[in-house]
Design a protein around this ligand. Structure first.
Ligand code: NAD
Length: 282
């Protein structure tokens, strides 16, 4: 059974949808028969992505929308929400996925910190606050997927602004799920996508070939769909062939480090007590 919000005729909005993980997920949603809007910084890349989406959407271009929208601009997101409602009737699936990783230093330029937090964290907060009330009001199954990162959990040294932004996305998404559960009647749920190393322009670092340890964006999208179907909140992508005991540095990044050593939920999550008890018993 697919996730109840991922059904033909429903409407999905994917930010950062012109590339990488966002585009791969948008294509999967379109292939499932959803109407899909991708929002990204404008330009030819966005147009090309919309064409690629239309080629997999059963309804073709009629079921695809592309919008030049900066997720750091709340007004732009509000305009996007309205135009999706006008074109497709409303939003059922929101994937707050746009992200940047230009690198940062703890005492580096403040503009750099602001830029990263504006897109990676404020983009998720704005997107959620702008879209979710309308999604709840639809009184049908809905889904919010926020793209976090293992770096927001394991927080390895080297890029503190990115880590802070992704730790914020994790905490915000847990709080969102808590809020949605407490609404009682709401049929909207949240999930946190936690990719590891995915070979996309964001993480390629000048490489032209996918390193063996990296996932493809398509693999990530397929894994996400599988875990959404299973009803998972934390969609934690396992690492490819990481020799944990041999590679001290990679241990910082490894999924096992998250699942083995920590209770997986924040203490404020509705499932925390149960998960914590299981963790103590293990
Ligand atoms: P990507 O660069 O291929 O895609 C990110 C997209 O976000 C781009 O199309 C970019 O134009 C868009 N974007 C950037 N700023 C924007 C803005 N202000 N408004 C709207 N769109 C904007 O990279 P990706 O790897 O597919 O990244 C997708 C998400 O996955 C990001 O949030 C990233 O942090 C996260 N992530 C990626 C990896 C990885 O290894 N690639 C790992 C963990 C998490």
């Amino acid at each position: 059974m697919p996730h109840p919000a991922l059904v033909p005729g429903n409407v999905a909005v994917v930010t950062g949808g012109a590339s990488g993980i966002g585009l791969a997920c948008a294509k999967r949603f379109a292939a499932l028969g959803l109407k899909v809007c991708i929002a990204d910084v404008g330009g030819e890349r966005l147009e090309a992505a919309a064409e690629a989406l239309a080629s997999v959407a059963p309804g073709g271009t009629a079921d695809v929308m592309a919008s030049a929208t900066d997720v750091g601009d709340r007004e732009a997101l509000a305009a996007l929400e309205r135009s999706v409602a006008e074109r497709f009737g409303g939003t059922d699936v929101l994937m707050n996925n746009a992200g940047i990783q230009p690198g940062s230093a703890l005492f580096g330029p403040v503009e750099n910190w602001e830029r990263v937090l504006r897109v990676n964290l404020w983009g998720v907060i704005h997107g959620t606050q702008v879209f979710v009330p309308g999604m709840v009001a639809r009184e049908k199954p809905g889904l919010v997927i926020n793209t976090g990162s293992k770096q927001g959990i394991t927080t390895p040294p080297g890029d503190p602004a990115y880590n802070v932004s992704k730790a914020g996305v994790k905490v915000f998404t847990e709080a969102l799920q808590h809020e949605l559960r407490n609404l009682g009647s709401a049929q909207v749920t949240a999930a946190l996508l936690i990719p590891g190393f995915v070979f996309t322009p964001l993480a390629a670092g000048g490489r032209t070939e996918k390193p063996a340890g990296a996932w493809t964006a398509e693999q990530t999208a397929d894994f996400m769909l599988q875990k959404l179907e299973a009803g998972d909140f934390y969609i934690l992508c396992p690492d490819n062939d990481v020799p944990r005991e041999l590679d001290e540095k990679r241990i910082l990044w490894a999924a096992g480090d998250i699942t083995d050593n920590r209770p997986p939920l924040s203490r404020w999550h509705p499932d925390y007590a149960e998960a914590f008890a299981a963790h103590l018993k293990a």
